[in-house]
Structures are given as C-alpha cells and as structure tokens.
Design a protein around this ligand. Structure first.
Ligand code: G6P
Length: 519
C-alpha cells in the first residue's frame, strides 16, 4: 500500500474511534407528565448540541448526571438509555445523585463557588467545606463510571467543563494509560482571582492529570499556565505544564456552532410559516424587531440590556410604534439566590419599561418577555425575524447565541450587537461591539444597528459568516481530539529537575490571539 494510503487510513481509523464524553448536564432528559406519560427533550444550549453532534459522528458513550424526573424509568439494568430517543445512535450512561449531592456538588461548589469565581460579574463566590466534600465524592463517582464504560482501552475521554475538574486524576489512578482531554468552556480566572478558592491547588492538580486541557481564549490559557506555575510550582513552557513526572498540553480552541444543521433549518420549507407563527404568538406588529436569547444568568447582562433599550426608547420615542424587542430567557439554576435575584430584577425592569413606553393607545409596551426554551426550528425562525440580536454578557467564555445568530442569517441581513466581554468578540469584530456597563454607549450601538444601511449590514454579516462557517463545532472537536491523538506518549514525562521540553509544533490546533475587539 502506498505510504499516502496508509497515512490516510490511519487518520480515518482515528476519526472512527469511539469516544467517552463526560459532562454534568445530559444531552437528553426524560420527564413525567401529570397523566403519567414519559416524554423527552434535548438539552438546549450550545455545548450539549455541539457534543451531541460529535457523538453522532464518532459513536461511543456519554456519561452524565441523570437529572430528569423520569430518567430512571427508561434506563436498562446498567443505567443506560439509547439516545436520541427517537433515533437511537449512542448510549447515555446516567449517574444518579442524591438531593444532598446535587445541592452541594452542583448548586453549591460548581455554581455558587466556581461559576462566580470564573466570571467577573460581581457575584461573590461561596466556598463551603461540605460542598467541596460532595464535589470530590461526585467527581470520583463519575471517574469510576467512565472506567466501567470505556468503549475500548484506546478510546479517548473528553471531559466537559468546571463541574468535573477532579475526574481525570481519579481516572488516571484506575487506568494510567487512558488519553484524556478536558475542555474548559467558561473563562479561566486570573491567578489573583483564583486565590479566593481555598481548594485551588487540588483543582489545578486535577486538571493537569489530563493529557490536554483546552480553553476558549488565549487569555484563559495564559491564566491557567500562570496559575499552574504559581500555585503548583509546576514548570511551564509556551503550551505545556510539567508536573510530577507528567506533562499536560494546554491550548486555546474556541468552540463553534453546528453551522450545517442551522443552515439546513433555514432551508426548510417551514421557515416562513414558523416566522409568521412567532409574529402572531408574540403579538409583533411593528416593522422592526430586536431579540435577545439567553440562559437566565446574571453573567448575561440582561438588566444592562434593558437599561440600554429604555434609553433608546426615551431618546427616540417614535420607536415605540416601530420596534418590538423579544427577550427569551431560559430559567436556569433557579434554586440559587443569585439567580432568583436576577430573575426578579429582570421581571421588574421589563414591567417598568413596558409601562413607561406604552401609552398613546399602545397596548402592552415594546418588550415581549418569554421565560422558556425554544426548539431549534423556532429559534432559527426567531433569529431570522430579527433586525438585530443583542448579546450583552458581562463576562462569557464564548457565547454561542452570537454564532448561532450569524449561522442563521444566510439572507445576509440582521445586525449582531455584541459585548466586548463575550469570548465571541475576539473573533466577531464585525459585530457592533458594545460595553454593557456604558448605558449611553450601548444605546448608541443600538441606534447604529437600527440606522445601518443595507449594504453595510450585508458587508458585516458576510464577514461574520466567513468566521463562523470556517470554525464550526466539527472543527473545534477535531482540533481537540486530533491534538490528543497526536501527543507523543514518549514525550510526556519530564525527567525530574530537567528543563521544560520544547512545545510540539502541532499546527492543527489554532490558538487564537485577539485580532479584533479589545479585551
Ligand atoms: C454553561 C456551562 C455548561 C452548562 C451550561 C448550562 O454553558 O459552561 O457546562 O452545562 O452553562 O448550565 P446548567 O447548569 O443548566 O448545566
């Protein structure tokens, strides 16, 4: 066989190798209706959709917390269920948590501790010893389940996010040779901020037990390397951490969206009808439409967005008759005080703006507020209905809504108004970039979006689409997985006391710097 064929076949073999994905949030959830019937729904949100696409392509097993109230009713004796439920493609192994474990591990340590620690959104991180104990125990349980489920000894393990920082360490103790990558989806804090966490050293040790740790942005990668050096005393080179006789490769690999799937929806025969249904349901009778689509989270800058809209309607009262703003917010982590507080704040602001800018025979005011998730077809129709889409995060790892909006705009219209503090701003410099803390500047940005000429809108959207199509979710996943496959096992351990080895010249991984919006 010619050498090129061999090379081709080995890369095809690699592509076909099944995978173990591990995440807290499951991709499909089963729930029980009042009449006792079981229904299911896919998890909305960019990451779950992205990893699901990856599982369809590669096969393997997905291990996640079974959080649905009917999840236990549909699993087999090994706690597995085939998903998607309507067209089974791969097994989902569910991990069961007690109420106390969920409270301390998920709500407490992950979401009252690590989440605010990693996001500059002025919510104080809370670290409690009992949360930490539960977090450790649950991470160990996840590791044991991965070990049981590994489809084959060479199958790579892909760990998703900050809930599971200790899994690699436990798994490596059980299976020293397993190949592990972890993707850190959210911002990684500066070492000064990380010091708030009393358990930072254990978390960093857990992370460097992976062979590869990937972040969204170059900034996150640099923060992690600096923390490994200062907190662990590890040797650090440009893209590796050397600690306790092993090395970990560290890259920045920004996540993308499933561009083709979104395109396919825009080509569907239902798009126009779906847009009309949305118009009717949301009572939209204005020529202009703005939208925001978010998880209901204090990091998303929804109150700041409402303030800017308030300013806009005050500056240009004629817009009250011309513009409807649709805010879709998907309730999230609602048991936590910090989330209940932002939800209450948004409710009040929406009511106040609607009261202030209604009148003159206008019923209801200009804001339509929906607190529920939309399935992909409706979501894409909403994206296509919009003259502008606002993403105003106070701090965000990436923000996939920004990229989804662009992917849906094959018509080359619509303006993206994007916070400079969303990771996506690093790549999407042709959006109208705003600072959510500057209410006047934010309102200027909205005016700029509304007044922009068609030619300019098209020029910007064309440029944005080139970026989003060029780095979709398949590219993201294969960058991480191929990076993992290509690590040379012989180069991994660093002899004690030796100088750091030179970083590999693996050019398939793209490490983004900041070509555009300043952060
Ligand atoms: C962020 C996190 C994900 C998480 C998602 C939804 O995007 O990075 O890991 O799954 O939010 O949050 P939830 O708490 O509902 O899983």
């Amino acid at each position: 066989m010619p050498e090129s064929d061999t090379a081709h076949r080995s890369s095809a073999d690699r592509a076909a190798r099944p995978l173990a994905v591990v995440s807290n949030r499951e991709p499909y959830l089963h729930s029980l209706a009042e009449d006792g019937t079981v229904s299911w729904s896919p998890t909305t949100g960019g990451v779950a959709v992205a990893l699901d696409a990856l599982m369809h392509e590669r096969g393997g097993v997905w291990i996640a917390h079974g959080a649905g109230d009917a999840d236990r009713l549909v699993v087999d004796a090994h706690d597995r269920v085939s998903v998607p439920p309507d067209a089974p493609s791969y097994p989902l192994r569910r991990i069961w948590l007690t109420e106390a474990e969920e409270h301390h591990y998920y709500e407490g340590f992950a979401n009252e501790g690590l989440w605010p620690l990693c996001h500059v959104a002025h919510v104080k991180p809370i670290f409690r010893a009992e949360d930490w104990r539960a977090y450790q125990a649950v991470n160990e349980r996840f590791a044991r389940a991965v070990e049981e489920e590994l489809p084959d000894p060479a199958a790579p393990v892909f760990i998703q996010d900050y809930h599971l920082t200790l899994v690699a360490r436990h798994l490596r103790a059980l299976r020293p040779d397993v190949r592990i990558a972890l993707f850190w989806h959210i911002p990684f804090p500066h070492p000064d901020q990380l010091r708030i966490c009393p358990y930072r050293r254990e978390i960093l040790e857990g992370l460097v037990a992976s062979d590869l740790v990937a972040f969204q942005l170059e900034r996150d990668r640099r923060n992690f390397l600096a923390a490994a050096r200062t907190e662990l005393g590890a040797k650090v080179s440009r893209s590796r951490v050397y600690f306790q006789n092993r090395s970990t490769t560290v890259y920045a690999v920004p996540i993308g969206v499933d561009f083709d799937r979104i395109q396919a929806v825009t080509h569907g025969p239902e798009l126009e009808a779906e847009k009309e249904r949305l118009r009717r349901e949301l009572r939209i009778d204005t020529p202009l439409v703005g939208i925001g689509v978010d998880r209901l989270d204090y990091t998303k800058g929804i109150p700041e967005r409402l303030d800017a809209l308030d300013r806009l309607f005050t500056r240009r009262p004629e817009l009250r008759r011309q513009l409807t703003f649709v805010q879709v917010a998907v309730p999230s982590r609602s048991k936590l005080e910090s989330y209940a507080a932002v939800e209450g704040d948004i409710d009040q602001r929406v009511a106040a703006i609607n009261a202030r800018h209604a009148g003159d025979g206008l019923a209801g005011g200009p804001i339509r507020y929906r607190k529920s998730a939309l399935r992909i077809r409706r979501l894409v129709a909403l994206y296509r209905l919009a003259d502008f889409c606002i993403v105003s995060s106070l701090h965000d790892g990436m923000n996939l809504v920004a990229k989804e909006f662009v992917a849906a705009r094959e018509d080359l219209d619509g303006v993206l108004v994007l916070s400079e503090f969303a990771g996506a701003a690093q790549e999407l410099g042709d959006a109208v970039i705003i600072n959510p803390y500057d209410v006047g500047g934010f309102a200027d940005g909205l005016e700029q979006a509304l007044d922009m000429a068609l030619e300019e809108r098209q020029r910007r959207m064309r440029a944005l689409r080139r970026v989003v199509a060029g780095r979709d979710v398949v590219q993201w996943a294969s960058d991480i997985l191929e990076g993992l496959e290509h690590l040379d096992p012989r180069s991994m351990p660093a002899p004690p006391g030796s100088a750091p080895r030179k970083a590999p010249s693996d050019t398939r991984i793209v490490s983004t710097s900041s070509p555009t919006a300043g952060r």
